[in-house]
Ligand binder design. Structure first.
Ligand SMILES: [Ca+2]
Length: 338
């Protein structure tokens, strides 16, 4: 017999983030399996949180900053919501039953823009993490993601970094692994994608700064160039980070969004009237959507006839190993003799 908890969604307005109605927050605890006659094999498999259909959704009508909302969701449910498709977007819409109860235009979702998630054109490995790296320094006031569209990088002068639009032409610096000089400054201005293509065709790639030595060599190559801003091989994919580390390709931005208005909008909201997304100041206070990963429970009963002691450590180990090879990670095995 296999019993599986159906997925479900909750449209109620929880207030358990302030410690109230705690029982309701815990009501999804899996029930214990049945005890059968003869022989019993119980499997209780925790589902991966990457499946949207195994999630419950909750609207929390309390106004918090994005970080506070994230903490609340993690303490009481699983995390801020990830929107994988239009069905989930519409589901969130149906959960707000009385719009008049909500005094603001939007609610936080789990999406945010990590302005430090830079990658090198030369190699997939991201070495610029959380805005810290001993070899790289930001030009004053950068990165500012002006107008929300600065996702490529220029060197200011000879060594400081400034995020810049990928579709604005700049002179650029190629790296050439087969040249004794290593670096080739191309003075004809190109957009970042065209500069990357040029460098890959005629040299190796756009230049990287991955060590103090490379930083010094590049500074030397750019000294006296006469240019203030020069493209290098750093770029990033904006608005790809979700609070629960899920990956979702679905987007639902409103017109002209995201725009990083006043240079301080790095968290995403869903508009409670239009159901489109827009970027907001992470410190502003809004209601929010959480999800809870639903635990799926299966009970599988198997009857065997054997004189062997099924509770022996050896047999138990063999069964556990076998089930692990089948992809099961969280289970219990119970035997009862008859
Ligand atoms: Ca900038």
């Amino acid at each position: 017999m296999i019993r599986q908890k159906p997925h479900s969604f909750h449209s109620d307005h929880f207030t358990c983030c302030q410690g109230r109605r705690k029982a309701e927050c815990q009501r999804m605890k899996p029930r214990m399996g049945e005890i059968n006659i003869l022989v019993l094999l119980l499997l209780s498999a925790g589902l991966s949180t990457s499946f949207p259909y195994s999630r419950e959704y909750h609207f929390v009508n309390q106004r918090m900053s994005w970080t506070e909302a994230q903490r609340c969701c993690r303490e009481n449910f699983t995390d801020l919501v990830t929107i994988f498709n239009s069905d989930i977007n519409e589901l969130l819409m149906t959960m707000v039953q009385n719009r008049n109860d909500i005094s603001v235009a939007g609610a936080w979702i789990g999406l945010y823009d990590n302005v430090y998630s830079w990658k090198w054109s030369m190699g997939d490995k991201s070495i610029y993490i959380d805005g810290k790296h001993e070899f790289l320094t930001w030009f004053k006031g950068q990165p500012n993601n002006l107008n929300g569209n600065q996702h490529c990088m220029v060197i200011e002068g000879t060594k400081e970094l400034n995020d810049a639009p990928c579709d604005t032409p700049y002179p650029f610096l190629c790296f050439d692994a087969n040249s004794t000089t290593s670096y080739v400054l191309v003075k004809e201005k190109q957009t970042w994608p065209k500069a990357q293509s040029y460098c890959r065709t005629h040299h190796t790639d756009l230049a990287s700064i991955r060590s103090n030595e490379e930083k010094s060599n590049i500074a030397l190559a750019l000294t006296g160039s006469g240019f203030t801003q020069i493209l290098i091989g750093l770029y990033r994919d904006p608005w790809t980070s979700w609070s629960d580390n899920s990956t979702s390709m679905f987007t639902n931005w409103g017109p002209s969004q995201p725009n990083n208005y006043l240079l301080q909008q790095s968290c995403a909201l869903i508009n409670l009237d239009l159901w489109k997304w827009y970027d907001g100041d992470c410190n502003s206070r809004f209601p929010f959507y959480c999800f809870k990963a639903v635990t799926k429970q299966m009970i599988l009963k198997v009857k065997t006839q054997s004189e062997a002691n099924m509770n022996s450590a050896e047999i138990q180990q063999q069964l556990e190993t076998h089930m692990q090879t089948k992809g099961l990670t969280n289970f219990k095995i119970l035997w009862r003799s008859v």
